[in-house]
Write a protein that binds this ligand. Sequence first.
Ligand code: NDP
Ligand code: 2IT
Length: 449
Amino acid sequence: MINNNYVKKVYEDLCCKYSHEKEFLQAVQEVLETLEPVVEKDPQIEKLAILERMVEPERMISFRVPWVDDNGNVHVNTGYRCQFNSAIGPYKGGLRFHPSVNQSVIKFLGFEQTFKNSLTGLAMGGGKGGSDFDPKGKSDMEIMRFCQSFMTELYRHIGQFLDVPAGDIGVGKREVGYMFGQYKRIANEFTGVFTGKALEFGGSLGRTEATGYGLCYFTEKMIETLRGTTFDDKKVIVSGSGNVAIYAAQKAIQLGAKVVAMSDSSGYIYHKNGIDLAVIKEIKEVRRGRIKEYLETYPNAEYCDNCREIWTVPCDIALPCATQNELDENGAKALVANGCIAVAEGANMPSTPEAVEVFLGSDILYAPGKASNAGGVATSGLEMSQNSLRLSWTFEEVDARLKDIMENIFDTIYETSKKYADGKNLVAGANIAGFVKVCEAMKVQGIAY
Ligand code: NDP
Ligand code: 2IT
């Protein structure tokens, strides 16, 4: 519910203009609702139309991506790059290849990224991009041809001081390699224009693990501070089984937890004794297979062919690490009813607004993705620093910086929540803390006539 007249008007105008952009409006509404106390204290925000500027991307690029499959058939996909906000640094954010990608999805991700990047404390603006291309079932050569075609247009819009993409759903080291290679070829320069690169050409140690590890560092700090407990001996469920999920599970296990359930878009597995992550890695990272194949090694584990039901598995900590709106009101109620103490988001906007309401109305600790999954982009920032310095830091050095950044993010959003809300609402804490820095930068940079 939005009460303030100015905030309400900004949101209503946006709803009229972009009525079909469901995910984008959802992300904006959640942020605007929590900014009311800040807007009421600072009349400059309305006078300088900061909110109107904050919800409109600086630039939204969309383009044709034609490519040829192994049989010689021609296909056409749509490519996007949303350069949302550059008030505090060059645009920074991942690329997503998934059939569900459209302008609304890319804009919601770019909007969220602006606040997330601000929370890291590093100088990075917000951006996001991708395509409705489906990498599933494609050969390596098809992936390569698609990435090259995509970059043949995108290269003119990015640069190490302008916009630095990285991975997201469907984009990992393989895709980043093909895109970086094409950029280098066309731009005729070798620069840190991408993060998430392989180690051989400027990647950072620890970037692969960063989002998942960072999520656990954040969660451990949250449950230590607010519940006086740790991951040790906790039962954990992790949705998804991609980059974020695998390394969240790995760190949770290292910290003494037992991960009992994981999923992919087809279904979830439940392994009472604790999931063997080496088997998941083999299936997902090496074979690019389905999570159901886990049962070939562990026939005593269970498989359910509805991935949305993973939240009914009793647990102490839930880490949604797959995609937006994967955790709805029923899932949230099941987690609360089963005595779960904390939900921390590895994915972007995995909880529906109704699920968030359930969490905020209960005793559960709830960490919004823009705070708890910021470890990935933070380590991308560290990769950019290393590229600029022409140096590589050790895994231990990167990991220590990541831990420090995640603990600082928790402290910042908790303190902000105490200042503006009730100290429990970390959504408000994250949105306000992320907003204030960008807002101050926008205020002093003037308005272009
Ligand atoms: P991956 O492509 O490596 O893995 C995605 C996982 O989520 C897969 O298990 C996939 O299952 C599942 N998934 C994807 N779409 C759906 C869907 N519609 N319904 C159910 N399951 C789905 O991506 P990442 O691990 O990189 O990203 C996961 C989430 O984390 C995303 O929300 C992303 O934006 C966010 N994130 C990623 C960061 C990063 O550094 N990579 C950083 C911060 C956030 P299947 O294989 O069946 O499709
Ligand atoms: O959502 C995200 O923060 C990412 N996909 C990582 C972005 C990045 O630039 O590393």
